[in-house]
Design a protein around this ligand. Structure first.
Ligand SMILES: C[S@@+](CC[C@H](N)C(=O)[O-])C[C@H]1O[C@@H](n2cnc3c(N)ncnc32)[C@H](O)[C@@H]1O
Length: 351
C-alpha cells in the first residue's frame, strides 16, 4: 500500500527557501502580477524601446505621475523586468522587451489582461467558487465571459490580443509538433484573430485556411491575416459554433476552446465539428491534464477556467476520450506537453 502511495505522490520538493520565505513568495505573486500589468498597460516598454531613460522622461511619454512611476519601476526592477542603472535611469531586460507592443513574441496584452479588473475580480472570487463549485465570472457580472466581452469592447480588445499573443508564443510549438502536410484546408474554429492559423499557413505553403469566429472577433482578424501575408490563402468566416461551422476543411482545429465550457456544451461544439468534418480530422489544441500528481501548468490554467468561464475546465486524456465518444468521435492520438514537445494536443476522427 505504501509502495503504491509512493509512486502516486508528487516528487519531494527540492530544498528551497525556508517555509516562511516560500509562503511569502507564494502570497506576493498577485502583487507582482499587478505591478507588471500596470507597466504593460502604461506602455513603459514601448517608451524604453530606444534605450535607457530617466523616470521623468518615461513618465512624460506614458502620461504617469513621475515619483509614483519611480516606485513602480524600482519594484519591477527587482523582478527582472527593467534594470535600475547607477545613474537612476531604467533599461529594458529581455523579459521587459516582451512587454513592447510590436516585437516578435510580445506578451504585452497578456500581461495587461492579467491585472485588469474583469480578470482580477474573477480570481478574487475564487474563494466563493471553491465553496459553491460555481464559476465566479457569471456571479460577478451576471453574464458569461463572452457575453461580457461583447458589451465591453475595450476589455474585448485586450482579451483578443492576449489570446493571440499567447497562441503565438506558446502554441507555436504545435506548428512543428504536428504533421499538417497531409491536409489541404484547415478550419480554425473559434480561431480568434488568427495568430495560430497564420503560423500554420506560413509553415505550410500548400495549405488553405478558414478562420471562423464570432462576427465581432472575425471583423478584427483581417489585419492579422494580411500582416502575415496569407490573405490569399485564408478565408474569414463568422458564425456561432453551437449552430454550425464551415464545411470546407479536411482538418478542424479547436485551440483553447473546449476548456472554456462544461461537458454538455463542449459536446455540442464537438458535434458541430463532426457534422462539418465528414471524414476529416479534428485537432484539439489545449493543455492535457496529467493523471494523478505529476506537476503541470495545466492545473493552474484549470483554476483560470474555473473563475473565468461558465463551467470550463482542463481535462485528462480519459476526459477527452469520454467527451469525444459522446460526440460520435474517437481519439487517434493524445500528446501531452513535455520539455521536448512543447505542445499538447488531441487528434480525433469520426467513429
Ligand atoms: C479562449 S479564445 C481562443 C482563441 C484561439 N483559438 C486561441 O487559441 O488563441 C475562445 C474563442 O472562442 C470564440 N467563441 C466564443 N463563442 C463562440 C461561438 N459561439 N462561436 C464561434 N466562436 C466563439 C471567442 O470569440 C474566442 O475567440
Amino acid at each position: 500500500m505504501d509502495a503504491v502511495k509512493e509512486t502516486q505522490s508528487q516528487a519531494p520538493v527540492e530544498a528551497g527557501p525556508p517555509p516562511s520565505v516560500a509562503l511569502l513568495q507564494l502570497t506576493t505573486g498577485t502583487m507582482v502580477t499587478q505591478a507588471v500589468s500596470v507597466v504593460a498597460r502604461l506602455g513603459v516598454a514601448d517608451a524604453l524601446a530606444g534605450g535607457p531613460k530617466s523616470c521623468e522622461d518615461i513618465a512624460a511619454s506614458v502620461d504617469a505621475d513621475a515619483p509614483t512611476l519611480y516606485r513602480l519601476l524600482r519594484a519591477v526592477a527587482d523582478r527582472g523586468v527593467v534594470i535600475h542603472l547607477d545613474d537612476d535611469r531604467f533599461e529594458l531586460t529581455p523579459v521587459g522587451e516582451l512587454l513592447r507592443t510590436d516585437v516578435h513574441g510580445s506578451l504585452r496584452a497578456w500581461a495587461t489582461m492579467a491585472g485588469l479588473p474583469f480578470h482580477r475580480d474573477a480570481w478574487t472570487d475564487l474563494y466563493a467558487s471553491v465553496r459553491t463549485g460555481e464559476p465566479a465570472f457569471a456571479r460577478l457580472h451576471g453574464t458569461d465571459l463572452f457575453g461580457y466581452l461583447a458589451g465591453h469592447p475595450d476589455d474585448a480588445a485586450v482579451f483578443d490580443a492576449a489570446m493571440t499573443s499567447v497562441s503565438l508564443s506558446m502554441l507555436a510549438g504545435i506548428v512543428h509538433a504536428y504533421d499538417f502536410g497531409r491536409f489541404s484546408t484547415v478550419v480554425d474554429v473559434g480561431g480568434g484573430r488568427g495568430g495560430l492559423l497564420c503560423a500554420i499557413l506560413l509553415a505550410n505553403s500548400h495549405l488553405r485556411g478558414v478562420l471562423f469566429d464570432t462576427p465581432s472577433v472575425s471583423a478584427q482578424a483581417r489585419q492579422t491575416v494580411e500582416r502575415a501575408g496569407v490573405a490569399d490563402r485564408c478565408d474569414i468566416a463568422a458564425g456561432d459554433f453551437f449552430s454550425a461551422v464551415p464545411s470546407a476543411g479536411d482538418l478542424y482545429i479547436l485551440s483553447n476552446i473546449l476548456h472554456d465550457w462544461d461537458d454538455p456544451t463542449a459536446v455540442r461544439i464537438l458535434k458541430s465539428c463532426r457534422v462539418a468534418m465528414g471524414g476529416g480530422r479534428l485537432l484539439i489544441v489545449e493543455g492535457v491534464l496529467p493523471d494523478g500528481a505529476a506537476i503541470s501548468v495545466a492545473k493552474l490554467v484549470d483554476l483560470e477556467m474555473l473563475v473565468l468561464t461558465p463551467g470550463g475546465r482542463q481535462r485528462t486524456r480519459a476526459d477527452f476520450e469520454r467527451l469525444l465518444g459522446d460526440a460520435g468521435l474517437r481519439a487517434t492520438k493524445v500528446v501531452a506537453a513535455t520539455m521536448d514537445v512543447p505542445a499538447s494536443y488531441v487528434e480525433a476522427e469520426a467513429i
